[in-house]
Design a protein around this ligand. Structure first.
Ligand code: SF4
Length: 493
């Protein structure tokens, strides 16, 4: 039993009768959680009974607490081991997510022609083939390739995209037999009818950015790589319609829409959610803006504190739930990620917020020049002049060289929450995760300071809100919605 830093010490503890768990107080109840991700909300008297070893056969909570691994009596170590392995499975499988930067060419706005193909800035065929060959060395039975661009538009190198997809499919069929998924991450500014048809016919998913209503979205564009609102909205509608006409299941094939939250977004939570609902989008992903790449004066215009962001998140999440109660199916993906770890129906290994961090061990990013990074944030950091996370060049490395790189091991060690002060005792530890790359960008070191770091405050607040909702026995509709969110966020989680 590990005492939460947030709660007073209990009166007496029968350690020999207890499994290992952490605890904290939420919504007038005591939340207990195990490393396997099991949890229970207890009344204060039940918690005292648990600690005193008084929950034994015949007690109404005995069976559920025994099955969850909270009691030594009847503790099923094999089942607990299996649950733990399920949570950390991403580390053993090898890199499955490969973010490939197709070009570093800037996008010219409006309809002006793009700059000509540039061998220094575009991913060439030989390097693309090498990236695919190295990715296919992964032991993971499923791989995803995200085809992106430094300035938001990989379609500037559309021939490179077609080549990479076709080469990967052919090579995989001949030699690997894995399940492959491709996602174009594009601001859609260079989308054409021909490319749209090719993407749908070749089962390539599309991801883009929509920050809310036109006025907000186009204001945000001054600081982001998003395309113009009118163009983005039109292509989302056309791509989804063509996919339906092509016979794709709209439940699994739809444009994956992300948003950037700037200071201007904070007060517009209702308008942003309404925009997503009105367009029939299936999910919205509320997440804070990272400071990477913004000068101090720009950050003063668009940045905010954790407290300001969390007030926005609470308002927006409440409103998303309200719409769901009225019959709208709109999933909030930061919440659904946590719920995947909290509710047994979810897949905890499919989350982006995980411990150890997926960076380097289950996720890699590639620059057009062939250099490999633990994730795309590390690649963007390098583009700004800090090459701390570069792992070498894909032309000279095998996948084994990459995942054994000291930097990858340092990231894994720094993100292992069991080893971090405060996290080791935190009730949220089974559901939380810290990105050492983000922490380095924000705080200057791989570890970050709990509880002051932005990520810690965000993850603590989101999990606390969700558990407070789960604690409400009088609201089965909300419980049903939260349960549904573990399976309804679509294929782009
Ligand atoms: S980062 Fe914060 S919320 Fe997450 S486990 Fe550590 S202390 Fe808890």
């Amino acid at each position: 039993m590990s005492a939460s830093f947030a709660a007073p010490l209990p009166p007496s503890v029968a350690c020999e009768r207890l499994g290992f768990f952490r605890w904290g107080r939420i919504a007038g109840k005591v939340l207990v959680t195990t490393d396997g991700g099991d949890w229970a909300l207890l009344s204060e008297p039940e918690f005292v009974q648990l600690l005193a070893g008084e929950i034994t056969a015949g007690h109404p909570r005995f069976a559920s607490l025994r099955d969850g691994g909270f009691l030594r009596d009847g503790l099923d170590l094999d089942a607990l081991g299996a649950r733990l392995a399920r949570r950390a499975g991403h580390v053993a499988r090898g890199p499955e997510r490969h973010v490939v930067t197709m070009t570093r060419r800037p996008v010219t706005d409006g309809r002006a022609p793009a700059t000509a193909p540039d061998v220094r800035l575009d991913l060439d065929r030989t390097t693309a083939a090498r990236i695919v060959d190295v990715a296919l060395q992964s032991a993971s039975p499923a791989l995803s390739f995200e085809l992106s661009a430094h300035f938001g538009e990989p379609l500037l190198n559309v021939d490179g995209i077609r080549h990479l997809v076709e080469y990967a499919r052919e090579t995989n069929e001949r030699a690997a037999g894995k399940t492959l998924r491709f996602t174009l991450v594009s601001n859609l500014s260079r989308m054409t009818e021909e490319t749209a048809e090719w993407l749908i016919a070749n089962d390539v998913d599309v991801r883009t950015w929509l920050d809310g209503p036109a006025e907000l979205h186009d204001w945000n564009r001054g600081y982001t790589v998003a395309g113009r609102h009118a163009e983005v909205a039109q292509w989302i509608e056309r791509l989804d319609r063509r996919a339906r006409e092509f016979g794709r299941d709209p439940g699994t094939w739809h444009v994956d829409v992300r948003m950037t939250t700037t200071r201007r977004t904070l007060s517009a939570w209702r308008e942003v959610v309404d925009e997503y609902a009105a367009r029939g989008l299936r999910s919205i992903r509320l997440e804070p803006l990272g400071p990477l790449g913004f000068a101090a004066d720009v950050w003063r215009t668009i940045g905010y504190t954790a407290e300001e962001y969390l007030a926005f998140y609470d308002h927006a999440l409440d409103y998303v739930l309200e719409l769901n109660r009225g019959g709208v199916h709109l999933t909030e993906r930061t919440a659904s990620g946590f719920l995947n770890g909290i509710l047994s129906a979810g897949n905890p290994a499919a989350r982006e917020i995980r411990s150890p961090s997926p960076a380097g061990s289950s996720e890699l990013a590639y620059d057009p020049d062939g250099r490999v990074f633990p994730n795309d944030e590390a690649r963007r950091l390098d583009a700004l002049g800090d090459s701390l996370f570069v792992l070498g060049n894909v032309r000279e490395l095998t996948l084994a060289d990459i995942v054994r790189h000291p930097t990858v091991r340092a990231i894994a060690a720094a993100s292992l929450l069991d080893a971090q002060p405060m996290c080791a005792d935190c009730w949220n530890k089974p559901y939380c995760g810290i990105s050492p790359v983000s922490t380095y960008v924000r705080d200057g070191d791989l570890f970050g300071q709990r509880p002051r770091s932005f990520e810690c405050r965000e993850h603590m607040a989101v999990a606390r809100t969700l558990f407070a909702l789960l604690a409400r026995d009088d609201d089965p509709t909300t419980l049903e919605i939260l349960q549904r969110w573990t399976s309804e966020a679509g294929p782009h989680r």
